[in-house]
Structure formats: structure tokens, C-alpha cells
Write a protein that binds this ligand. Structure first.
Ligand SMILES: *Cc1c(COP(=O)(O)O)cnc(C)c1O
Length: 359
């Protein structure tokens, strides 16, 4: 937790966070912290997550510094964990909800609904974004649908408050924000031409990632806003970041519950998988990394540093072959008596854990 103590203190007292078990650990001390949980609670076999609140605080700081004029509305569907929602609310985030359950989760933390957000016409972002999870095929108006839509809204006496788009999630090219903001500007102009009362919301959606690409995306957004929406008094620019806040703040520890050796190939079964926490591999085309966390036989070298590694497969616990977490991954074999119980058909050998992180 390397962030400013004032923000962290605020977060620790927030609804959803206070009352949960929070522990301070060194920056870069996550692996050690997870090991301490496992060694302390020898009976603990279930997979568990650690939410690093320090990461949430520093991501929020980063957002505020990079995009000070864009108000974030966290997309709750990305991860509705109350401690994450509570931390974000305490830091000043708003929320984007897609279901009754999500609305209830956010209201339970004391958030107030914002009546400005009841209506959001959506435009389709230009289709060259390269997103792993595009939204375009399902959502948004085509350019030549904009005029009839605005006219229909006028005729029906509906108030049109603004424009929103989403460039798609995962590996999207940052330049997609530029094209989408330019397209939004055209919609604002069309609306003015038709005599639609002045619109006051521009929603630039999600698609941000918590890696160095964020800086590039933020600077594209900033310069496109300056180009197409300069000095717009009364315009509220909002965003719906989801993965940006959720993907790097959580780390999962799973227990190895089985192993099979076939020639040089090592195959492991763990007690979480595609049908559980790692559904992101299927739905989100996510890449995860895996680190050996602990072999209770070798506490001097629990992460197995420097040991020979083997070509390994990691399976989730179900019988479905689709439930495969990693293939062709280099992992060290566990040591000593742990290996002694490994049979050709796999067997339980308990106390070895793997730590997963999304990359
Ligand atoms: C999922 C979703 C988001 C969040 O997208 P990220 O790419 O995770 O930031 C934002 N808005 C809508 C409408 C969504 O469905």
C-alpha cells in the first residue's frame, strides 16, 4: 500500500470496507502477504482473493491527475465486490449500473442516484478499435440513424441530454477515442441544427486499461476533447471505466488439488477455474499469469525461485476440458514428499498454492 495515507484512511472507513479484514503490507509485498495467510491458516483450502486497496487508491489518483475534467462512473458489472465499490465511492467515483442488483449494491453503500443519468442516447464508435470485446455489434446508432432518432425524440417530447459511446474493451487502440469523440461532436452539431435543446453530457464509456497504455489513451482523450469540445461551458464529460479499476487490484490464490505426470508434461488441477473466478479467460479473452506461491515442504524457498521448470498445464476443477486455465506454461515441480503422492492418474496433494494475476 504505497499511496497517500489520507486517502487510504478514508477508504478504510468506507461502507463496504470497514468491518472487513484489512492488513497493511509493503509495496511489492503482496506475494509474501498471501503466503502469510496460507501459513497462518493451515486449514484454509479454499481459493481466496486479496484486494489491494492501495492499488485502487493510486489508480484513482492516476485517473484524477490524467483526466481531471472527466468524471469516472465505475462500471459495476466488472466486479461488484462491495469493498471495491465502497473504496471507489469514498474516493469520489460515481457508478454505472446495468441491473437492479447493481443499483441495489451501490445504493446500499449510501450512494445517491443522479437524475441526470436517466437517459443516454448511444452512438456506435468507429469500428477500427481492435477491441478484444467489441460492443459495437450490439449497441449504438449508425451515423445515418442519428438524424431520424433525434427527430423522433423531438416529436415525442423526450429530452435528449447527451451522447455516449464505448470503444470496446481490451487492447483497444487509443486512437479509437479520437474518432469516437469526433463522431460525438457531429451528433451535437446535428442536434443543434434540429433545434434540440442544448445537450450537456458527453459519455466516453470505458475501454481503459491499468497499464502504460492508459497514459496514451488519456492523452488522446484530452487532445480530442480540446479539439472538438473546447471551452464547452455546462458540458459534463463522464466516463464508465470498469476494467481500469478492477483488473489489477485483485489477486487470486488457488490450491493445487491434483497432479498428473506424462513424460515431461506436468498437469495440475486447481480448485478454481473457468466456471468460477477465471471466467474472464473465456468471456474476456483475458491472459493470466501464475506464480507458485507455497510448497509447505520448502518454506525457505516458497516461490520455488531458481528451480528447474517443466512444461505445465493448469486445469480448473471440473471434468470439462474447456476448464483449462493455462497450457504450455513453465512451472517448477513441487519438492520432496509432495511429489511422492503423485500417481499416473493424479491425486490430491494439498498444500501447494498458485497465485494468479491478470496481465
Ligand atoms: C462493461 C461496460 C463498461 C466498462 O468497460 P471497460 O472496458 O471494462 O472499461 C462501460 N460501459 C458499459 C456500457 C459496459 O457495458
Amino acid at each position: 500500500m504505497g499511496s497517500s495515507p489520507i486517502s487510504l484512511q478514508t477508504v478504510l472507513c468506507a461502507p463496504g470496507v470497514s468491518g472487513r479484514r484489512a492488513t497493511a503490507f509493503r509495496k511489492d509485498g503482496l506475494t509474501e502477504f498471501m503466503q502469510s495467510i496460507m501459513f497462518k491458516k493451515q486449514e484454509l483450502k479454499e481459493p481466496f482473493y486479496v484486494l489491494d486497496l492501495g492499488v485502487v487508491v493510486s489508480l484513482f489518483d492516476k485517473w484524477t491527475r490524467s483526466l481531471p475534467t472527466v468524471r469516472p462512473f465505475y462500471a459495476v458489472k466488472c466486479n461488484p465486490e462491495p469493498a471495491l465499490l465502497g473504496a471507489l465511492a469514498a474516493l469520489g467515483s460515481n457508478f454505472d449500473c446495468a441491473s437492479r442488483a447493481e443499483i441495489e449494491a451501490v445504493l446500499a453503500l449510501g450512494a445517491k442516484p443522479d437524475p441526470d443519468r436517466l437517459c443516454k442516447p448511444v452512438i456506435k464508435a468507429p469500428e477500427d478499435g481492435g477491441a478484444r470485446c467489441p460492443l459495437g455489434p450490439k449497441y449504438g446508432a449508425l451515423p445515418d440513424e442519428i438524424a431520424p432518432l433525434l427527430q423522433a425524440a423531438l416529436a415525442a417530447g423526450l429530452s435528449v441530454t447527451g451522447v455516449s459511446f464505448h470503444i470496446g474493451s481490451g487492447d483497444t487502440h487509443s486512437r479509437a477515442y479520437h474518432g469516437a469523440i469526433a463522431a460525438a461532436k457531429t451528433v451535437f452539431e446535428t442536434a443543434t441544427r434540429f433545434g434540440v435543446p442544448k445537450m450537456n453530457v458527453l459519455n466516453i464509456g470505458g475501454g481503459f486499461t491499468a497499464d502504460p497504455k492508459f497514459d496514451e489513451a488519456a492523452s488522446v482523450v484530452k487532445s480530442a476533447l480540446q479539439t472538438y469540445f473546447p471551452n464547452q461551458l455546462g458540458l459534463s464529460v463522464i466516463s464508465e471505466p470498469g476494467r481500469f479499476f478492477a483488473e489489477s487490484a485483485f489477486t487470486l490464490a488457488t490450491n493445487v488439488i491434483g497432479k498428473r505426470v506424462r513424460d515431461e508434461l506436468r498437469e495440475y488441477w486447481i480448485n478454481d477455474g473457468i466456471y468460477g473466478s477465471m471466467n474472464c479467460i473465456l468471456y474476456d479473452h483475458a491472459t493470466v499469469t501464475c506464480t507458485p506461491l507455497a510448497c509447505t515442504t520448502n518454506r525457505a524457498n516458497p516461490t520455488c525461485k531458481g528451480l528447474r521448470t517443466y512444461n505445465s498445464t493448469v486445469f480448473g476443477p471440473t471434468c470439462d476440458a474447456l476448464d483449462t486455465v493455462l497450457t504450455g506454461y513453465q512451472l517448477p515441480a513441487t519438492s520432496g514428499e509432495r511429489l511422492a503422492c503423485v500417481s499416473e492418474y493424479g491425486c490430491l496433494y494439498g498444500r501447494c498454492w498458485l497465485q494468479f494475476q491478470r496481465v
